[in-house]
Ligand binder design. Sequence first.
Ligand code: NAD
Ligand code: GLY
Length: 359
Amino acid sequence: MIRIVTVKLGPRSYPVEIGEKLLNEVGRICRAVSLTGRAAVVSDRKVGDLYGAQVSNALANEGFKVSNHLVNPGEASKSFAVAAALCEDFARHGVDRQSFVVALGGGVVGDLAGFAAAIYYRGVPVVQVPTTIMAQVDSSVGGKTGINLSAGKNLVGAFHQPVAVVADTTTLATLGSREWNEGFAEVIKYGVIREKRLLAELGNGNFEVPELIRQCVAIKASFVEEDERETAGSRALLNFGHTIGHAIEAVAGYGTLLHGEAVALGMVAAAQVSAKRAGLQEEEIQELIRVLKRFDLPTELPDRLSRSQILEKIFVDKKFVNGKIRFVVTPAFGSALLAENITMDDLEFGLSAIAPWPM
Ligand code: NAD
Ligand code: GLY
């Protein structure tokens, strides 16, 4: 059974197809969205070994010329150096303005290959083929692409919507347990900010993965359709837990914590800020912690990372106006809002819940 969610963005609308054994359908789906020319399949070495041949064959069987481009697995590949090497590799293989990019992998490959597609020949189409829970429920949808700077995560990037997303749920079977679990951080986030029911379903194990992915994609699509470029403010609600989470990820050192693990910590801290500044109830914080623990996600900072370094990182990354920043809070699960007046003291209060030791 194939589940399809359409992201409705006028002429840039696209289908997100979700189902088993869809890697074999990648060629057909690329034809169906009118792609022609050469397919540049970008993957990391781990995913390339597992699924590269299957995707290349599916494309070749539909008559596409195919080239393969591999990067190292891990967050460190989201860099200018790797993006530049990728574009050079495209050029060496005759990828031209009639060609398109296929991003086969987790969120790292999706963000990096999507960014390369956005800048190569000033933009060639990209098809996202996500292979992690994280990428299937979140990063492959919505068109945010980018790389990291030493100053912070995703500081360079482009909005570049895919022309199709193909989420083959069969690929999830080869994920390690840590990679499997971290993806649920973003599912839990959707529960917190929009669909409270998801928290109960995750908490009691009452869910079916392809249907859960469809529901998450539909939620993400609704935010993207309302505020594609995050100018109106509503898309920013998807960043619940990310302001603190991104800082933790950077301070721990990219690759030490997986993105979802850092977001889990960021959400617990953001829930504490929400309790202080938006009236979130203590029972809801405890419910969040219970659901995160069910997926073995951290709720306390590992290795006693320093709160002051994390606060410093947030201070450098974010614009404080008169000592205040915009920060996503939840007054009650199933809803979220952008608070304009959150202070460093509030963030310190939130962080002390996940790092209850001296600064
Ligand atoms: P990832 O891409 O690093 O993948 C995690 C690990 O799993 C890697 O080692 C990878 O090789 C491996 N892997 C991937 N698929 C596999 C499979 N099917 N079987 C076995 N191993 C597999 O991490 P991720 O969590 O998927 O993505 C995290 C990235 O996504 C972060 O950089 C984050 O910033 C980004 N992100 C972007 C958005 C967005 O809107 N663009 C949203 C959320 C996250
Ligand atoms: N992951 C946040 C966004 O896509 O806006």
